[in-house]
Every structure is written in C-alpha cells, then in structure tokens.
Ligand binder design. Sequence first.
Ligand SMILES: Nc1ncnc2c1ncn2[C@@H]1O[C@H](COP(=O)(O)OP(=O)(O)OP(=O)(O)O)[C@@H](O)[C@H]1O
Length: 258
Amino acid sequence: MLLDVENVSLSFGGIQALKDVSFSVKEAELFSIIGPNGAGKTSMLNCISGRYMPDSGDIRFKGRSLKGLKANHRPDIGIGRTFQNLALFDHMTVLENILVGRHHLMKNNFLTGMLYWIGGAQREELEHRRAVEDIIDFLEIQHIRNAVAGTLSYGLRKRVELARAVALRPHLVLLDEPMAGMNMEEKEDMARYIVDLNEEWGMTVVMIEHDMGVVMDISHRVMVLDFGAKVVDGLPEEVMENEHVKQAYLGADLGEAA
Ligand SMILES: Nc1ncnc2c1ncn2[C@@H]1O[C@H](COP(=O)(O)OP(=O)(O)OP(=O)(O)O)[C@@H](O)[C@H]1O
C-alpha cells in the first residue's frame, strides 16, 4: 500500500472531527472520500498533508510513519495537495504560480529559490522549466501561461492550481473538492485531467468531491465518512448499494447521479 491510515482520531476542543478512521490507498489508485458537510473529510486530508497532527493513530506513506514530519516537508517525500478554496497568487502569472509549486526542489528556501530563478539561466532552472512545460502541455494551459492568475476564469484557476500541486510530480496528490463551483463543462474537463494524471502519469489520487456522479464515475474506490467515522469503503458500486449510505444521506445525490 502507498498510504496506510491507521486508527486516526482528531478533535478540536469538544468536537471529534475524526474517530478511529482506518483505510489504505494502493499505488496508482484513484480514491475518493465522500460524506456530508462536517463529516471530517478535509480534516482527514489535513492529517495526511501534515496540516493537522492526529491525536492518536498513525499515517504511513510508503511504509514510513509520517509522525513528526511537518507539512512543509511532506512535498519532499512525494505528497502534493490542492485546497478547498483557491490558493493561487493572483498577481503572479500562471507560469510563476507553477514554478512556486516546484520551489521545494530548489537548492535553498523559497525566497532564494525565486531569486535563483529570476537571477539567471542556471541548469537547475532549465530543468525546472522543462518539468513545468510538461505540466503546462499536459493540462493544456499553454495559451494562458503568461496571463496573470487573478484575471482567469474560476475553472482555469482551478486547473492552474492542479498544475501547481502536481508540479513536483508527487506520488500522491490530495485534491480537496477540485470541481466545487464549476459548471458542467469545467467539471468534465477537470475529471478528464484527474483521470489522465492517474492513468498516464500513474499518480495516486485521494480526492474529496461532492458531485456523486463524478465520484462514482472516475473513482476506483470510495470511502464514506459520517460524523468523523468511516461508514464504508469499497468499489463505487458497493458503496452505492450500502443501505446506510443510501438511507442516511446520499439518497438525493445518488438519484441525481443515476
Ligand atoms: N480548525 C478547526 N477548528 C475547529 N473545528 C474544526 C476545525 N477544522 C474542522 N473542524 C470541525 O471538525 C468537523 C469536521 O470538519 P471537516 O472540515 O473536516 O469536515 P468536511 O467533511 O470536510 O466538511 P465540508 O464538506 O463542509 O468541507 C466539523 O465539525 C468542523 O467544524
């Protein structure tokens, strides 16, 4: 298994956001986490990305415990992520935003990394440029490479955010509602890019998404959380057939997706 989450619990004051949650994600799997608002989905992603430290339990990535590994070091071992709310630098161009995603690979810290990049045509910079060009091609954003991020449509900004998250070629990318707020066409595009990243680049994906149609369509496996606890995980069709899932809170959405 690439990712093993073992008995993770997390609370904020009196609120138990995660209760003894365990699941595993295989290499090259497209794994979705669903559940109603407040179920603990983002908390789970935040535990994997290191933003939150679980109160108990363990998370292992490639067999290694992530205990004590801070969020800013997790990209170094192959974990990338996007956020529920857009987190681009609006005043920077698309290219600059993606280069920021690769600063971890640069020799020094962020600031010197940027200065290094601005400063000259070093070989390291050329390698970064090539990797960034691959991503730009892959996600078909050549035409907006020099556009200022803040001027782009919401759908395109979400795509640039995905480009930045995968700029380091993570083995595992965590996507927090990549299609939220998108229209149908934008959703279809985004779903296709996620599937392509998974199939063509072999990237393992853990995704939170509310659109049941998309989730059931593209996921290899799905986990359902409710009130911080795991209800079920399995193949999309197994999850759809789960009585608790049907009755408790997915009825309307599943109806729409059918
Ligand atoms: N930083 C925090 N401080 C206090 N409470 C928090 C914090 N983050 C999450 N919670 C609480 O933990 C619970 C789980 O929240 P979480 O955001 O993980 O749910 P979610 O399933 O992602 O919901 P949504 O679909 O609305 O994004 C909620 O009751 C939430 O209010």
